[in-house]
Design a protein around this ligand. Structure first.
Ligand code: ADP
Length: 188
């Protein structure tokens, strides 16, 4: 399976992505995790990315695409992958589609969550870039740059929206339902 998990910061993408990947033997590709690893390792790319991340802005596409391409080229990704936090704007989505060609993404799972709940969750999480001002900026970046992908993927017939409110297990069950529906469809 080739999947995208789309949703605002705090929707629980990372947690659900890990569980879905375990259950289905997929490579979990989180651009946020890859970027934080690059920052931690002090690579040139990490040094360039850090200021954007600290401010809650998108890291430039060229840097993010380099990380994504490097990971997707590894042999294990041929068996299937789940993209978490990528693409985050229409130009990243177009670059991805061009890279994948006829082995394109099969489904985009959109995790929908209200702004008020997002802010509460992120403040409780307390990561380094989870201060209130940065959270507010990340939400604005999401609505301006990433939310247009909802219509973009819907237009391609790939989008499924699920409610990201509720416990981790409840949300996982909703995603599992979406994936088993699509498997049934594919084998019919
Ligand atoms: P969250 O979605 O919870 O805010 P992520 O771990 O997905 O956290 O991303 C953290 C930061 O990493 C983002 O605020 C952004 O600066 C950067 N980032 C992650 N993925 C991308 C991407 N696809 N394009 C540009 N920047 C990204």
């Amino acid at each position: 399976m080739r999947l995208i998990l789309l949703g605002p910061p705090g929707a629980g993408k990372g947690t659900q992505a890990a569980r879905v990947c375990d259950a289905h033997g997929l490579v979990h590709l989180s651009t946020g995790d890859l970027l934080r690893a690059a920052v931690g390792a002090g690579t040139d790319l990490g040094k360039e990315a850090k200021a954007f991340m600290d401010a809650g802005n998108l890291v430039p596409d060229t840097l993010v695409l380099a990380l994504v391409r490097e990971r997707l080229e590894q042999p294990d990704a041929a068996a299937g992958f789940l993209l978490d936090g990528f693409p985050r704007n229409v130009s990243q989505a177009e670059a991805l589609a061009a890279d994948l060609g006829d082995r394109g993404v099969e489904k985009v799972i959109h995790m929908k969550l209200e702004d008020e709940e997002i802010v509460q969750r992120l403040l409780a999480r307390g990561r380094e870039d989870d201060t209130e001002a940065v959270i507010r900026n990340r939400l604005e970046v999401y609505s301006n740059e990433t939310a247009p992908l909802i219509a973009h993927f819907d237009g391609q017939g790939l989008l499924v929206t699920i409610d990201a409110q509720g416990s981790m297990d409840e949300v996982f069950d909703r995603i599992a339902g979406v994936l088993s529906d699509s498997n049934a469809g594919a084998s019919a």
